[in-house]
Design a protein around this ligand. Structure first.
Ligand code: SF4
Length: 342
């Protein structure tokens, strides 16, 4: 692979992102964990908010769990946020409040696997180590004309060996892995390969005949368990037109552990109810087919003010569509009641 051309392309074409400015290990770590399931552009507001709340390892290690979960709302896979805090605590206890520098030490921290350790060690410290994510797999599969299934561990190891063999010297390492990832994100993308703009097109084995369209081989889809769920948003509007909602915590372990959810059944007596439509939420191993209902109650005993829920409670993405639809209905209801009270 041509180092000079790829590095020159990166120098001239990479996106200006806040965590790339000074190559601070903490910021690289947070951005890499967030980017695992989310597009960079979509995660930026959450990233900025997270860094404002938890500007360094010590702040994260001491962070309040509810604030942490709220900061992670909308990003999904909340175990990543819990692991960030656990890893920060290890850094405070064992590394004087800093992330360790070496790949081997980074990989021992909770939630940091080969890819993240490689990204932090290479970008922040120039360690000569690969960081193989989906973008890098795609660029390599296409550039070297590989038709293997890279969800297979043996095949991925072989591809990683190729990446390792191409690594540049220590001085250029901070930019090399980023250049590969950026090329995969901007030029050699899953749906379209912009070969005419690509610095690797001369040596690429998939450019000429559009063979990139079939590389890398699609992953074998795993079967997901289907579960049906009924979500009941219990709400009340008091005499001052204030909206109250009922939320409860999920169990401490398992899917969406310790986050907030709505109820799953109606009380025996209520004022009125309103369907909130259907929604399908896909997790890695299970799929929820959900239906929702807003139930207006006469009392708000045990409920929380809606603005407190909005500010403090982390509601997982699976429940957010029902929450948003419920709030739209409740605001209309609130206005109607305010008018009739005049
Ligand atoms: S030349 Fe085309 S297929 Fe090859 S790496 Fe570049 S964008 Fe991808």
């Amino acid at each position: 692979m041509n180092h000079k051309d790829l590095l020159a392309w990166y120098e001239n074409n990479h996106r200006e992102l806040p965590f790339r400015k000074n190559r601070e290990p903490y910021r690289i770590w947070i951005s890499e964990i967030m980017a695992q399931q989310t597009r960079i552009e979509a995660m930026m507001p959450a990233y900025e908010k997270f860094i404002a709340l938890f500007p360094d390892v010590r702040a994260l290690a001491q962070g309040d769990d509810d604030v942490l979960m709220k900061a992670w709302q909308g990003l999904g896979y909340y175990s990543r946020a819990r692991n960030l805090k656990k890893a920060a605590q290890v850094c405070v206890d064992c590394y004087d409040g800093q992330l360790p520098e070496q790949y081997g030490e980074l990989k021992k921290l909770p939630g940091i696997g080969e890819y993240t350790a490689g990204a932090i060690a290479s970008i922040a410290h120039g360690e000569r180590i690969p960081a193989v994510d989906g973008n890098v797999i795609r660029v390599y599969a296409r550039h070297y004309g590989l038709d293997d299934d890279f969800s297979n561990t043996k095949n991925k190891k072989q591809l990683t060996s190729l990446v390792r063999a191409d690594l540049p010297d220590h001085e250029h390492m901070p930019f090399w892995n980023q250049a590969l990832m950026e090329l995969g994100a901007l030029v050699c993308t899953p749906k379209i390969a912009r070969c005419e703009e690509c610095p690797l097109r001369i040596t690429c084995q998939s450019a000429a005949d559009e063979a990139w369209k079939t590389r890398p081989a699609p992953k074998k889809k795993s079967e997901r368990r289907i579960e049906k769920k009924h979500v009941v948003v219990l709400a009340s509007i008091d005499e001052n037109q204030k909206i109250w909602l009922h939320v409860r915590r999920r169990p401490d372990s398992g899917l969406l552990a310790s986050l907030y959810e709505f109820d799953d059944r109606k009380p025996q007596t209520f004022l009125k109810s309103q369907p909130l439509g259907d929604y399908r939420h896909v997790f890695s191993h299970v799929e929820w087919l959900m239906s929702g209902e807003l139930v207006l109650c006469s009392s708000h005993e045990g409920f929380l003010p809606a603005e407190e829920i909005e500010r403090d409670c982390s509601i997982p993405s699976a429940f957010l569509p029902f929450y948003q639809r419920a709030m739209e209905f409740l605001k209309e209801e609130q206005e109607t009641e305010a008018v009739s009270a005049c």
